[in-house]
Design a protein around this ligand. Structure first.
Ligand SMILES: [Mn+2]
Length: 348
């Protein structure tokens, strides 16, 4: 099945960790399809190297360098940068059919049967079930579809600010046209759904095949104690992630991904998130009231249920390094609002 592939997207090193775990989970469950990771220009070299070991193909998508319609579209709508990057998956025309999976998903069993479905197949979004959730979908790469998507995006924008809005506008008859294009919910199970209908989760949850860590808190935002095999900073707040799936993610990360990362980073410090490894050279930064997860905008309305994150994601040393490399997190923790708030606190 060399002409079919699972495709994911990582726009920064955090999402790259997600992509590594997703890729490993697909391999563990013995997929017969190729694995493709699209990466943005902010993914650093060691992370790219690790992805290259897990994926058959790692493709850099730098829209600013591209000479196609997406470049022009990006000039007009810089706010839709991540969305355009994701839509780029339609240009993978050396594959006849693909399954896109967000980097914040995890497979729990083999899901190769998804390739029996047609474009565009996806599961309902738990927030508005007449919309599909764009975290997992089946599609057919086509330059023509790609051009049409970019055109729609540039002309009409996105009703939720991300790719999910654009894709639902484009495949607008999904809700009613063909039930075969409705993936069962077990192919895109999110924590929000678990807690909003717990009896259904108790009845059907064991059938889950794909977990989607929807929302602002992602598995990599927590830390993990490898000795006790426990995730730190996880509360029982219903808006947070389901503890069993979170543990599963960390089990794969600490069990197989971390050693690959250590090898690639060498003596270079990086934030592992694992507490027994002593790779961290600095303590995490003091808690700043901020929204540092704005980098994932594609879920739009689904994210309104979440609470502020309890745990910092990168060490202050790593943050400083990023600043010095010109990679400030302008949309998140280094946003102008946060800098202004910090300055205000000094002036008061
Ligand atoms: Mn997602």
């Amino acid at each position: 099945m060399a002409d079919q592939a699972f495709v994911t997207l990582a726009t920064n090193d955090n999402y790259a960790k997600g992509a590594m775990v997703l890729g490993r989970s697909l391999r563990t469950h013995k997929t017969s399809r190729n694995l493709v990771a699209l990466i943005g220009p902010h993914v650093t070299e060691p992370a790219r190297e690790v992805l290259q070991k897990i994926y058959d193909e790692v493709r850099l998508v730098d829209l600013l360098d591209s000479k196609d319609s997406a470049h022009l579209a990006l000039m007009k709508r810089p706010d839709l940068g991540v969305t355009f990057t994701k839509l780029h998956c339609w240009t993978l025309t050396h594959y006849s059919k693909c399954v896109f999976m967000d980097a914040d998903t995890l497979v729990l069993s083999n899901v190769d049967e998804l390739f029996d479905r047609e474009e565009l197949s996806a599961a309902p979004d738990p927030g508005w079930p007449d919309c599909f959730n764009s975290g997992v979908f089946v599609f057919r790469p086509s330059n023509e579809t790609y051009r049409q998507l970019i055109r729609l995006c540039t002309e009409d924008g996105s009703f939720d600010g991300g790719d999910q809005g654009v894709l639902n506008s484009f495949f607008s008859n999904w809700a009613t046209a063909d039930i075969a294009k409705h993936l069962p919910f077990i192919y895109n199970l999110s924590s929000i759904a678990i807690y909003s209908y717990l009896p259904a989760f108790k009845q059907y949850g064991s059938d889950a095949k794909v977990v989607h860590f929807l929302g602002k808190m992602k598995p990599w935002n927590y830390s993990y104690d490898a000795k006790t095999k426990s995730v730190k900073g996880h509360s029982q707040d219903p808006s947070t992630l389901h503890p069993d799936y979170l543990l599963k993610w960390w089990d794969i990360y600490s069990g197989t991904v971390l050693s690959m990362m250590k090898e690639q980073y060498g003596s270079q410090p990086f934030y592992s998130g694992c507490e027994d490894t002593f790779i961290e050279t600095a303590s995490p930064p003091p808690a700043v009231t901020c929204d540092r997860y704005k980098d994932e905008i594609h879920h739009g309305v689904s994210q309104i249920h979440v609470s502020p994150p309890p745990a910092p994601t990168i060490s202050s040393e790593e943050r400083k390094q990023k600043w010095e490399q010109g990679q400030a997190d302008y949309m998140g923790m280094d946003s102008f609002e946060n800098i202004q708030r910090k300055l205000d606190s000094f002036l008061n």
